[in-house]
Ligand binder design. Structure first.
Ligand code: BGC
Length: 517
C-alpha cells in the first residue's frame, strides 16, 4: 500500500474470488430488472384485450368494433396511453428521491422501499374497480421502478469484482428482457381467460415483486454504501465475505478514500453541472435519450396494438410478441459475451446500421401493404413484418439496451455516482414516458412515416457515437479521465481546465484513511 493509503492503481489489482455470496446477491438484486421488464411487457397485451377495454375504455372498444375511421387511429386514446405512461412519469419523479435514500439509507434499504411500492401497486392493479385505482396502481409501480432502477445498477457495480463488472451489469438488462418475455407469455395465456384474464396479467407482477422484496430483506448492503455511511467495521467484514479473502486492505482503503471525497461534495447534483463533469453528464443524457428514440418501446409497449393495426388477429399479435421477447433475451446474452471483446462503439455503430435498415423496411412495408381500411395482412407479408421486428429488436438488445445502462455506470466517480445514476434513470423514464404517451397519436397522424421518424433519429445517433462517444472498453474507472476523456478530440477541452480534477481522476488525492480507521 502506498504511503498515501490510497492507490490510484486500477481496481483490477484487487484480489477477488467469484464467491457464492456475490452471485446470490447479484442474482437477487437483479430481480428488480425483472419487475421493470414485466411492467414494460404487460401493458401492451393488456390494453389490447377486449375484456380490459370493455371495463375501462369502452370508447376504444366501440371504435374497434365499428371499424370506423383509419386503422392507424383505432387505439388513439390519450387515457389509454396514460395507463401505460403514468408508470414512467411516477418513476422519473421518484428516482430523484431515490438518489437521497440510496446515499443516506443505503442500496439495500432503497431496494426494500422499491419492493414495498411494487407490492402495494400490484394489489391496486389486480383489484382495480375503476380507472382511478388502475392509474394509482401504475403510479405506485412507477415509484418502485424509480427506486429499483436507481439502486440496482449501483449495487451490482459495487458488489461485483472489477473483472466481471461488465457482465454482471448486463445481468440487469438480462432480467429486464426476461421480465418482458415472461409478461408476454402471461398475456398469451390470460387472453383466453374471460372476463378476468387481464386481472391475472396485472396480478402476476406480484411474483417478481415478492422476489425482490424478500431478497432485499436477506441480502447485505454494499461495502461502499456501508463505509460511506460510517459503518467501517461492518463494511470491511462484508468486503471480506464477498471477495472471499482476508486480503482486502487496499480495496477497503480505496473505498474509504472515495467516501471521503464523496463526503466533501455537499451538493452532488450541483457538482454534476461543473464544467469537468459536463462530458459525463452529456454522454449519460444523450445515451438514454437516444436509447428511447430508437423506437424500441413503440414495439415493447404497443407491439400487440401495432400488429392488430397491421391486420394480425389478437392471438397472432400476442404470440408474435412472445417471439420478439425471446429474441430480446437471447440477443442480450450476445452482448454479455461480446461487450468486453469488441468494445462499446463497435456494437453501437453496427447495431445502429441494422436498426436503420429495419426501420426503413418497416416503413416501406406499411406504406405499400397496409391500407387505411384493410383488416387483414397477407400471410407472407405478415412473416416479413415479424422478421423485420425481430431484426430490429435483436440489434437493440445487444447494443443500445444494455449499453445505455452500462456506459453511464462506468463513467461516474463515487461522489457523483448516485446523482449521475439518478439523471440516467430520469432521462430514461422521461423519454419512455414521452414515447408511451405519444406513440399511438403519432401512429394515427404519421402512419407509416412514424418509422421514417425513428430511422432519422437512429441516423443522428450513429453520428453522435461516431464523433463523440469515446471507447471505454477495458479501462479501469479510476483511469477514465486520464485515458479516455483527456485524450478525446472534443471532450479534452473540458478536462484540462481547472485544477480540481483529482476528484474524478483519482489522482493526487491525499489519504485520509487514518481519519476513519
Ligand atoms: C430500456 C427499456 C426497453 C428494454 C427492452 C431497456 O434497456 O431501458 O426502455 O423497454 O430495454 O429490452
Amino acid at each position: 500500500m502506498p504511503a498515501g493509503g490510497f492507490s490510484a492503481s486500477s481496481g483490477m489489482d484487487f484480489e477477488a474470488k467469484i464467491t457464492p455470496m456475490v452471485i446470490t446477491s447479484c442474482v437477487t438484486a437483479a430481480t428488480g430488472g425483472l419487475m421493470f421488464g414485466y411492467d414494460i411487457g404487460i401493458s401492451g397485451g393488456v390494453t389490447a384485450m377486449e375484456d380490459f377495454q370493455r371495463e375501462f375504455f369502452p370508447t376504444v372498444l366501440r371504435k374497434r368494433r365499428e371499424n370506423k375511421g383509419s386503422n392507424y387511429c383505432r387505439y388513439n386514446n390519450q387515457v389509454l396511453q396514460l395507463f401505460t405512461s403514468s408508470l414512467y412519469l411516477a418513476g422519473l419523479v421518484s428516482t430523484l428521491f431515490a438518489s437521497y435514500t440510496t446515499r443516506r439509507l443505503g442500496r439495500r434499504a432503497t431496494m426494500r422501499i422499491a419492493g414495498g411500492f411494487f407490492i402495494v401497486g400490484v394489489v391496486f392493479n389486480g383489484a382495480a374497480r375503476n380507472l382511478g385505482m388502475l392509474i394509482v396502481g401504475r403510479i405506485l409501480l412507477g415509484c418502485g421502478v424509480g427506486f429499483a432502477n436507481q439502486a440496482i445498477p449501483l449495487f451490482l457495480s459495487e458488489v461485483a469484482p472489477t473483472t466481471i463488472r461488465g457482465g454482471l451489469n448486463t445481468l440487469f438488462q438480462l432480467n429486464i428482457t426476461i421480465g418482458i418475455l415472461f409478461a408476454s407469455l402471461v398475456n398469451y395465456g390470460t387472453n383466453n381467460i374471460h372476463p378476468w384474464g387481464w386481472r391475472l396479467s396485472l396480478s402476476l407482477a406480484g411474483f417478481p415483486a415478492m422476489l425482490l422484496t424478500l431478497g432485499a430483506l436477506f441480502m447485505v448492503d454494499t461495502p461502499n454504501s456501508l463505509i460511506e455511511r460510517g459503518h467501517l467495521v461492518e463494511g470491511k467484514v462484508v468486503l471480506k465475505k464477498i471477495r472471499g479473502t482476508n486480503n482486502v486492505e487496499s480495496e477497503f482503503n480505496e473505498i474509504v478514500e472515495a467516501s471521503r471525497i464523496a463526503h466533501d461534495v455537499k451538493h452532488p447534483f450541483c457538482s454534476l453541472l461543473q464544467r469537468r463533469n459536463r462530458p459525463l453528464l452529456t454522454i449519460t443524457v444523450m445515451l438514454q435519450m437516444f436509447q428511447q428514440l430508437t423506437g424500441i418501446n413503440a414495439i415493447m409497449f404497443y407491439a400487440p396494438v401495432l400488429l392488430t393495426t397491421l391486420g394480425f388477429k389478437t392471438e397472432a399479435s400476442l404470440y408474435t410478441t412472445v417471439i420478439t421477447g425471446a429474441v430480446n433475451v437471447l440477443s442480450t446474452l450476445v452482448s454479455m459475451y461480446t461487450v468486453d471483446r469488441v468494445g462499446r462503439r463497435m456494437l453501437l455503430l453496427d447495431a445502429s446500421m441494422q436498426m436503420f435498415l429495419s426501420l426503413v423496411a418497416m416503413a416501406v412495408v406499411m406504406r405499400t401493404k397496409v391500407t387505411d381500411r384493410s383488416d387483414v395482412i397477407d400471410h407472407n407479408w405478415a412473416i416479413m413484418v415479424v422478421i423485420i421486428i425481430c431484426n430490429f429488436v435483436s440489434s437493440f438488445s445487444w447494443s443500445w439496451g444494455p449499453l445505455g445502462w452500462l456506459i453511464p455506470s462506468e463513467t461516474f466517480p463515487l461522489e457523483t455516482r448516485s446523482a449521475g445514476q439518478s439523471i440516467c434513470v430520469c432521462t430514461n423514464l422521461l423519454f419512455t414516458f414521452v414515447i408511451a404517451q405519444v406513440f399511438l397519436s403519432m401512429l394515427c397522424h404519421l402512419k407509416s412515416f412514424i418509422f421514417v421518424f425513428f430511422s432519422v433519429c437512429v441516423a443522428i445517433m450513429s453520428l453522435f457515437v461516431l464523433f463523440f462517444l469515446p471507447e471505454t472498453k477495458n479501462i479501469p474507472i479510476e483511469k477514465m479521465v486520464e485515458r479516455v476523456w483527456k485524450q478525446h478530440w472534443f471532450w479534452k477541452r473540458f478536462m484540462n481546465e481547472g485544477c480540481n480534477n483529482h476528484a474524478i481522476s483519482g489522482e493526487g488525492t491525499p489519504s485520509t484513511v487514518s481519519l476513519y480507521s
